[in-house]
Unconditional design. Sequence first.
Length: 208
Amino acid sequence: MRDETDERPPFEWEERFRADDTPWERGDVHPAARMWLEAGELAPGMSVIIPGCGRCPEVTAFARAGLNVTAADLSETAIDWQKARIAEDKLSAVTIQGDILKPGHAAWSPDQPVDRVYEQTFLCAIPPRLREAYEASLIKWLKPGGKLLALFMQKDERGGPPYGCSLEAMHALFPQERWIWPEDAEFVPVPHPSLNGKPELAGALTRR
Ligand SMILES: C[S@@+](CC[C@H](N)C(=O)[O-])C[C@H]1O[C@@H](n2cnc3c(N)ncnc32)[C@H](O)[C@@H]1O
């Protein structure tokens, strides 16, 4: 069984995209992304990073809505797919292909801190030992007052990906000294259409 201490070779994302074996894909804009667009949490002129964007339609949806999108992924196939959609729809967005969580000075950062990070099945996809590095990157990527639009995958079984992101674990990862939290009851559960219908909890955390 694969679990948090697993040191086997990393998950082969590129191979999965090439084989079209991507059960995490919703095939449509996430209901929570629609909710945030409608509520103005994602508004024209804002800058947004989509880490581990894969082939998610939010890249073009946010660009179409007037946001300045930076979409990043390890997978060349996924980034080529995003570039083709962006060109086809005559939109503009920055794409980054590579490992955005390299430790130390090699860790990726945008030129300027951004207003929003839209987090869709990225935190739950990375090995849990990389979570603290990701949280440190988020603090660098976001402006003070900027928001992490989070979708925390709820899953009780050990192992992954996806790895479970219980609210208890998330409170420990995103501490009150650095993040302003909504009430736990304000998170909106959205079941995933595949992944056995596991719910994701949608909520916005503000970087202090
Ligand atoms: C579960 S998929 C989610 C894709 C997309 N967000 C979606 O919801 O369809 C996780 C994505 O994270 C990317 N990824 C994993 N580790 C990464 C890293 N260190 N740097 C950049 N991308 C990474 C994978 O290539 C994959 O596209």
